[in-house]
Write a protein that binds this ligand. Structure first.
Ligand SMILES: Cc1cc2nc3c(=O)[nH]c(=O)nc-3n(C[C@H](O)[C@H](O)[C@H](O)COP(=O)(O)O)c2cc1C
Ligand code: SF4
Ligand code: SF4
Length: 262
């Protein structure tokens, strides 16, 4: 719960103005927590407080470092990074460094999420044996059911794995089915993580087949840690260090922003 230190507070009410759900009110020029209001635990109030007067459950509600200054020409650099991001499917044998992954997934916790619920949780697989077993389950399943027959035909006739490429690392993202918006929250967390990973030289590709198949194949699920009840996979990445996959130009996008202004 948000706590306001009366001795530090100077009554500027900046906290109250940024609270998204009017959880904070003002009495005699000082902020207070209204009863019966649901706090999102977004810490906006603390982040806007000039006197570090707001804490949460007895701990700091903000990171204890100065607000970082973005480098000059950051908008241009960010746009370039977004346009040079690609979906990589050909990788070196070596799994992605776990610290690089941990850092990217940690920073992705700062992505927005509906009502600040942050339902996205991760499973990272970098065991060659487990990845091979997963692929065997997938091939067995698609052949038996006739679903997505191109998975087996590409694999067997062309040597092309459309599910995981040659990825030495797989990143699965799951969430609660009863969160307000797990599909979008997971997608946003993943999109954020992908930009960080690619900035650090890790190639990634969204793995839509893998996401669906992880939910559909019980035998495949047995190879993974148990998901809590009423959780599902909402996204997955193949990941690794790109091999013989270098892009010299930004590909054209035939479908550009289609906007109606009203
Ligand atoms: C899918 C989604 C839906 C959201 N809907 C609303 C909304 O309707 N109203 C609102 O004020 N904020 C909305 N938010 C913003 C979240 O409340 C916000 O991301 C969260 O409190 C964390 O704050 P931050 O984005 O400043 O880190 C939404 C965020 C997401 C990702
Ligand atoms: S944490 Fe967010 S919702 Fe809660 S009081 Fe502060 S600003 Fe309002
Ligand atoms: S922003 Fe900080 S100093 Fe200003 S009223 Fe809120 S708690 Fe007090």
């Amino acid at each position: 719960m948000i706590q306001i230190n009366r001795e530090k507070c100077v009554g500027c009410l900046k906290c109250m103005k940024v609270c998204p759900f009017t959880v904070l009110g003002a009495k005699a020029g000082r902020p207070y927590l209204k009863e019966g209001k649901v706090c999102l635990k977004c810490m906006h109030c603390a982040a806007a407080c000039p006197k570090e007067a707001i804490s949460f459950d007895g701990r700091d509600a903000v990171l204890l470092r100065d607000m970082p200054e973005l480098p000059e020409r950051f908008p241009e650099a960010l746009e370039q990074h977004i346009q040079t991001r690609r979906s990589y499917r050909h990788f070196e044998d070596q799994p992605v460094d776990r610290n690089t992954l941990r850092n990217a997934l940690e920073v992705a916790s700062w992505a927005p999420s509906a009502k600040n619920q942050h339902p996205a949780k991760w499973i990272v697989i970098d065991s060659k044996d487990v990845i091979q077993d997963m692929m065997e389950c997938i091939l067995e399943y698609v052949k038996k059911t006739g679903n997505s027959p191109e998975i087996a035909s590409e694999y067997e006739n062309e040597g092309n794995n459309v599910v995981i490429g040659t990825a030495p690392t797989l990143i699965l993202c799951y969430g609660r089915n009863n969160a307000i918006n797990s599909p979008q929250d997971v997608a946003i967390a993943m999109a954020t993580a992908e930009l960080i990973l690619q900035a650090r030289g890790v190639g990634t590709c969204w793995a839509g087949y893998l996401t669906r198949l992880c939910n559909a194949i019980p035998k495949l699920r047995e190879l993974l840690p148990n998901l809590p009840e009423n959780n599902s996979f909402y996204g997955a990445f193949m990941a690794g260090y790109p091999k013989e996959e270098t892009y010299l130009r930004i590909p054209e996008r035939l479908k550009r922003a289609d906007i109606q202004w009203v």
